[in-house]
Design a protein around this ligand. Structure first.
Ligand code: UDX
Length: 433
């Protein structure tokens, strides 16, 4: 099928490239000249496993192109995906101005039937507004349908998530659009949930909010475990083996970050409020998430007593492993707070240091975890990169000024750390001092 993808950000790029990989003719459109230029020269704007190879392959075969030309790309397409950003406004609501712009532009140029699919995460009822906007700017009186097809891509495994989804959600309201979406996704052999547009929009917000709730729930349990002297890892294991609960997203830590959960939970609270429902459960989820970072900072302060003048090594900056994304990473708040208190910060992250340099100043960025450990009074684990599991702990201990590890991701076993001679403080487990 001929496809146009408007917006070549994270979602648009992965969607466009994967649809080309499935055999479609795809035009990825953006207004950012530099980005399109770079993509046309094979330079990726983001790091995502498997993406670059796929771009190169599909560009070479002519299935994929990157362009600034929205007019012709939309005219030629049968399906137009809206993948533009929906950033939060100051009050937490989603800013839908880019979506409106895209809808208006599509309406102005389309001169034959188009299926317009909203892929960006949007509040319920956006589909109605998109349809209304298109209707009122439909210059050539072309037929069209609107559908909602939310993405469930995780950063770090977005390509594989697209290619092997648990489910595909499609909200559409005509036989024709349903058949087109069926045809588009047939190669993926995944269950497709067809529903109305509003339910599809809610499925996206409800899914992300539920996952965020699971994380805040286990973080609350971790706090109870600390007070009671229990072990949250064992509790999560015991709970997770119940098929109805499941072990995933029960990893206690320093709270969720990234470009989706904080923004989506906030937007869902706001849209519920507008509809007349006070979503107190989600407000508590947010509150626990904020508290979790503060609680971690308290642990550092308690362990070091005086933070001013101490050298603190940070392992991991990205909001989670396998990505270079720093958006709303817990490391930002934690490091800034320690710097305010006068700490000297050294840091290492396998992928996120370049992006971190744009956000955090006065950090000694190091070439390896061992450089970070050198002369440090404490080592913090803020992202659970696999590399950190394979560290030579004897060497780390030897390099540090004081063998203290404060682990915000529970990557080590307290027993092993005790044997290795570290003071070890983690989340929801007994402290080794
Ligand atoms: C998420 C959703 O998973 C995805 O379906 C949606 O489309 C976009 O948002 P992503 O933001 O890439 O994806 O990250 P995810 O892997 O879900 O992790 C989000 C945050 O939760 C990270 O900060 C992570 O560290 C944290 N997390 C996750 C925990 O603290 N504990 C867990 O058990 C799981």
């Amino acid at each position: 099928m001929k496809i146009a993808v408007i917006g070549t950000g994270y979602v648009g790029l992965v969607t466009g490239v994967c649809l080309a990989e499935l055999g479609n003719d795809v035009a990825c459109i953006d207004i950012d000249e530099e980005k399109i230029g770079k993509l046309n020269n094979g330079i990726m704007p983001i790091y995502e496993p498997g993406l670059e190879e796929m771009v190169v392959r599909n560009k070479a075969s002519g299935k994929l192109r990157f362009t600034l030309d929205i007019g012709n790309s939309v005219k030629e397409a049968e399906v137009v995906f809206i993948c533009v950003g929906t950033p939060p406004k100051a009050n937490g609501e989603a800013d839908l101005s880019y979506v409106e712009n895209a809808a208006r532009t599509i309406a102005e140029v389309m001169d034959s039937y188009k299926l317009i699919v909203e892929k960006s995460t949007v509040p319920v009822q956006t589909g109605e507004m998109v349809a209304k906007t298109i209707k009122s700017h439909n210059m050539h009186n072309a037929d069209f349908d609107v559908a909602s097809n939310p993405e469930f891509l995780r950063e770090g495994s977005a390509v594989s998530d697209f290619m092997n989804p648990d489910r595909i959600v499609v909200g559409c309201e005509s036989q024709k659009s349903r058949q087109m979406m069926e045809k588009l996704y047939a190669p993926l052999k995944a269950p497709i949930i067809f529903t109305d547009i509003k339910s599809a929009e809610i499925i996206k917000h409800a899914s992300n909010s539920f996952l965020a709730t699971k994380i805040s729930f286990i973080n609350a349990i971790a706090n109870v475990c600390e007070l009671a002297g229990a072990d949250v890892e064992k509790v999560a294991e015991g709970m997770g083996l119940d098929m109805r609960i499941g072990r995933q997203f029960l990893n206690a830590g320093i709270g969720y970050g990234g470009s989706c959960f904080p923004k989506d939970v906030d937007a869902f609270i706001k849209i519920s409020e507008k509809l007349g429902y006070d979503f107190r459960l989600l407000k508590a989820v947010q509150e626990i998430n904020d508290m979790q970072k503060k609680h971690f900072i308290n642990k550092i302060e308690r362990a070091l007593w005086i933070v001013k003048g101490k050298t603190i090594g940070v392992l991991g900056l990205a909001f989670k492993p396998n990505t270079d994304d720093m958006r709303l990473a817990p490391s930002l708040e934690i490091i800034s707070r320690l710097q305010e208190e006068g700490a000297i910060i050294k840091a290492y992250d396998p992928k996120a240091m370049e992006k971190s340099k744009l956000e955090l100043e006065n950090i000694d960025y190091c070439d390896s975890p061992y450089d970070v450990a050198k002369e440090s009074d404490a080592l913090l684990i803020l992202t659970e990169w696999k590399d950190f599991l394979e560290l030579d702990l004897k060497k780390i201990k030897h390099l540090m000024r004081h063998p203290l590890i404060i682990d915000g991701r529970n990557i080590y076993s307290p027993d092993v750390m005790k044997k290795e001679g570290f003071s070890y403080i983690s989340i929801g487990r007994k402290e080794v001092v």
